[in-house]
Design a protein. Structure first.
Lengths: 295, 315
């Protein structure tokens, strides 16, 4: 009796173990199925556009979703020359590069003042910039347009650059402030005793130590200004000044059925950002999530 | 500061003490001046191009103005009276709410599930994270163009439906009154959920490991651990992701402007597109500013909750 019972227990235990293992494999399969499904959802639209950019019109009609075999550059060359994308690319590059340089200067100076200096009115100014973190561009775009008109900046690169920098300044000032605040103050005192001016301390001692912060500022500011649609759409009216996103918006109106040219445009807009992203993946991710999780 | 203090007693005498005090004052004033000079470019730009327009939008909302005429006509709160009786405004407001629901679904539900699965022992985790994040860095115009194409009558979505035998569901998605709005919101969800995946992953790393150990000892399975340990520990992070989604959803403009422009027959009209049309195509700057003020109030409400949570998290 007891032997039979123990045998039965043994059998059921073994069966239970097999069942558990089966369930475990089953749940593993489910986990990977969900993750891969999401990956397809995330990448399929992009891959489709990238494939299409390298196909001829015939290839697009006969095999709309397959890979481009052989890959052709005709669409990209056509978009670059006939579609004016070389011009739009130049405009976008000028605006984004000047944006980044201006933002590096402005946010590091102000971030340093907030993080390492003491002066009357500090709290008030901090709160004022904190408010800036919450003001949405969409809500102030009308008076901003009128301001640009008053300054006679409409339809110049300057309008977009100045607005981009002013609007994003608060977030980057707080990023730089956090970097400077955490540097040891012995460095500052030592440099001062060695006869460095306050600006010298900032420029020669502190700024080189804040390089990771500067990289984050440069990458995010580039990403945002490169991808921005609203401000250049409103401020720039002549075709010679259009940025890539605005150019694409109008281009789409003219060539909406030409998938080949459209996806060539997609490649031209996103290639610089994707290359940067692949090189500085970590900085992008921590910059974007750090902005959300802590100041 | 230290140096002057040390020197004072050695020098002695009332005159030198006063001199020392004066030089201390001078030095302090000089360091203040340096600080102000450091701040000048940021403060100037910010005051002219952010703060002043923010005040100006409230002022403009009290006028009737075509944007060109020299004199603006004061109308008090009439723009708001008109706005709250405007059916298109309420329609747009409801569309923003629908948009919010879809975005919150993508960012919170999908984001949380993906992050939870990725935080398990997964092969190729880097690839998944990279893949989910790639849409996040795409320009809104790219998102709009690709998805417009997917939703076309001869686009990828209909082709896939035909391929799996659901051809009867195929339609021109963006031409459909009821489906255009959720279809575009899905495109916005596509471009945003990867960010919340990495936010949740970062949050999950901060969860107290002993809670997981305790749950395992108590015999909790992975689903129970997720529901009763992970989610409660991520309360603040979830709130932040929800609020960020709401802030984004009420500003929705780019994807709609690049595809339907609010159509067909206003079925995708949003507060931002309505404001844009009123200001820049109909030249009703006062009325458009009233829309902007409402938009601003809604978003400031969300953001102040967000900032207060974030500040609390920092303490």
């Amino acid at each position: 009796m007891t032997r039979m019972a123990s045998q039965q227990v043994n059998v059921s235990q073994r069966r239970q173990a097999a069942l558990d293992r089966g369930r475990k494999i089953g749940s593993q399969i489910l986990v990977y199925a969900v993750l891969i499904g999401l990956l397809v959802f995330a990448l399929a639209p992009l891959v489709l556009a990238w494939f299409t950019a390298f196909k001829t019109r015939e290839q697009i009609i006969f095999d709309p979703y397959g890979p481009p075999i052989p890959p052709r550059l005709t669409n990209i060359i056509e978009a670059w020359t006939v579609g004016n994308f070389s011009l739009y690319f130049k405009n976008s590059a000028i605006i984004s590069v000047v944006d980044v340089i201006a933002m590096l200067v402005i946010s590091s100076l102000a971030g340093y003042a907030f993080g390492r200096m003491k002066f009357p009115g500090q709290r008030v100014l901090m709160v004022l910039f904190l408010v800036g973190l919450t003001i949405p561009v969409t809500a102030i775009v009308i008076p901003l347009y009128l301001t640009m008109r008053d300054f006679r900046l409409l339809d110049t690169y300057g309008s977009v650059i100045v607005a981009d920098v002013a609007l994003a300044a608060p977030i980057f000032i707080f990023i730089m402030r956090a970097f400077f605040k955490d540097l040891p103050s012995e460095l500052h005192d030592a440099a001062r005793i060695d006869g460095c001016s306050e600006f010298g301390v900032f420029w020669r001692v502190m700024l080189p130590l804040a390089k990771p912060g500067l990289l984050t500022v440069a990458l995010l500011e580039f990403l945002w200004s490169w991808n921005d649609l609203l401000l250049p759409l409103i401020f720039l009216t002549s075709d010679e000044l259009r940025t890539l996103p605005v150019g694409m918006l109008f281009y789409q109106g003219r060539f909406s059925v030409d998938y080949g040219l459209m996806s060539a445009g997609v490649i031209i807009v996103s290639l610089p950002v994707i290359i940067m992203f692949l090189f500085f993946q970590k900085n992008f991710v921590t910059g974007l999530t750090g902005g959300a999780l802590k100041g | 500061m230290n140096i002057t203090k040390r020197q004072t007693p050695r020098a002695g005498g009332a005159v030198t003490a006063r001199e020392a005090a004066a030089s201390r004052m001078r030095r302090r004033a000089q360091s203040w001046l340096t600080a102000y000079l450091f701040l000048l470019p940021a403060v100037a730009l910010y005051a002219i191009f952010v703060l002043r327009p923010t005040i100006e939008v409230f002022v403009l909302s009290l006028y009737k103005w075509n944007g060109i005429a020299a004199d603006r006509q004061w109308v008090g709160l009439a723009n708001f009276q008109k706005l709250f009786a405007d059916t298109i405004f309420w329609q747009a407001f409801r569309h923003n709410l629908t948009w919010t629901v879809v975005i919150v679904f993508f960012n919170v539900l999908i984001g949380l599930v993906a992050a939870a699965l990725l935080s398990m022992n997964i092969k190729g985790r880097v690839i998944f994270r990279l893949g989910y994040f790639l849409p996040v860095v795409q320009a809104s115009i790219v998102t709009a163009m690709i998805w417009r194409w997917i939703y076309n009558p001869d686009g990828l979505l209909n082709a896939s439906l035909h391929a799996i035998g659901l051809g009867s569901l195929a339609r021109g998605w963006l031409g459909d009154f009821t489906l255009a709005l959720p279809a575009l919101a899905v495109a916005a969800g596509w471009s945003g959920f990867g960010l919340s995946v990495v936010i949740f992953l970062a949050g999950m790393q901060g969860v107290d490991q002993t809670l997981y150990d305790a749950a395992r000892i108590d015999g909790a399975n992975s689903r129970q651990t997720f529901l009763y340990v992970t989610i409660p520990s991520l309360r603040n992070v979830i709130t932040i992701v929800v609020i960020l989604a709401m802030i984004g959803a009420f500003q929705a403009f780019d994807i709609i402007w690049a595809t339907t422009r609010g159509g067909p027959i206003r079925s995708t009209e949003m507060l931002a597109t309505y404001m844009f049309k009123k200001a820049f195509t109909e030249n009703q700057y006062g009325y458009a500013s009233a829309v902007a003020v409402v938009l601003c109030a809604i978003i400031l409400g969300f953001s102040s909750v967000y900032v207060s949570i974030r500040e609390r998290g920092n303490d």
